[in-house]
Ligand binder design. Sequence first.
Ligand code: SF4
Length: 223
Amino acid sequence: MIRRIAKSKPNAAMTAAPFVPASRSLGRLRAAATHCEGCPLFRPATQTVFGAGSRGARLVLVGEQPGDQEDLAGKPFVGPAGRLLDELLSEAGIGRDDIYVTNAVKHFKWQQRGKRRLHAKPTAREVTACRPWLEAELESVQPAGVVCLGATAAQSLLGNKFRLTRQHGDLLENSEVSAAWIMATWHPSAVLRAPDRARRGELRKLVIADLAEARKRLDRRPK
Ligand code: SF4
């Protein structure tokens, strides 16, 4: 059964909305996003990291934000978390041609530590500011389903009451989102950052099981 999520309240103070064109061509959206100044995160980042994948994808995967390697490459999920995501998708029986990958926030937020740029969590206002890009991508791709990777992506699309530990793998619905269902599971970086081997193995199994459930749902209901 798919459960319905309450409507979110827009935050007009800081938003990407004025930068989002009316066109739902992914090429036009991607080009326009390079000029977004909808929140302060564009300043320290190298470039906008827009989503990537097929316009005909049946499944959209949404992460939190680009990491250090993604910021430099300008592409989502190309670093260590992206490599692990490829493994997890393959174990769940999901092909790369079936998916479009993106992030809730399109610029890398980081803090300098010595010579390294360390990931810094985006605030709820920054996630809300960037949501018009995510909505436009979903309107363009029109997937059958969306899998949020991690709590930030889940809260962007499912509201701030969503709790990953309790609700991962549940099929949910949000009438504001252009997809029949939304599910959430852990971000691959949570698997990489697990404190020990046992927890890493446990999280890995949970993510594969959630992704396999998403695949079954896709198999039952073609786009
Ligand atoms: S994070 Fe999103 S809203 Fe903020 S500047 Fe980047 S693209 Fe625009």
